[in-house]
Design a protein. Structure first.
Length: 165
């Protein structure tokens, strides 16, 4: 369904999974830290998530999304993540980042220059009003989802560069 919903350019789930895994591992080394802002898998169970996480490089941290119910299943191995949280404030290079699955109108440090990173919103192809709603959040709210970032993870330095532009 996500291929249709987000108008992803893949013929099948297999092609999509192959591309997403390869793109991830091309960007993320085994030593890198990576924050997943929810919805690692759309449909599937704990065993499906285990199989996928086994293939992905990096020290992984999960901000829970609305499709991350698998983390509560007995079959899921939570040790694939360093931690699992609903919300997180990250400090990097003297910059404060607020990580949350959903885009939010105001966040911790909003008036002090903090940056909000979110997922959830795939793209605006199917809902023309979505882009306007996201633009209303301002230039310090950034969608880190794969649908709007060439189907790959995006580095924090790349995010900081885009925001400075």
């Amino acid at each position: 369904n996500i291929i249709n919903l987000s108008a992803r350019p893949f013929i099948s789930c297999e092609e999509m999974h192959h591309t997403l895994i390869n793109n991830w591992n091309a960007c993320v080394s085994k030593k890198d830290e990576i924050y997943i802002l929810g919805d690692l898998i759309h449909k599937g169970d704990g065993e499906d998530a285990n199989k996928l996480l086994k293939k992905l490089n990096g020290k992984k941290y999960l901000i829970r999304g609305n499709h991350d119910g698998y983390v509560d299943e007995k079959a899921f191995d939570q040790s694939y993540f360093e931690w699992i949280k609903d919300y997180y404030v990250l400090r990097y290079d003297h910059q404060k980042f607020v990580l949350f699955h959903y885009p939010i109108l105001e966040w911790d440090g909003f008036f002090g220059g903090s940056i909000h990173l979110h997922g959830h919103v795939h793209n605006s192809r199917k809902d023309p009003t979505q882009l306007a709603r996201l633009e209303a959040l301002g230039e310090r709210a950034f969608n880190v989802g794969v649908d709007v970032n060439d189907f790959r993870p995006i580095s924090i330095n790349e995010i900081m560069g885009r925001i400075k532009q």
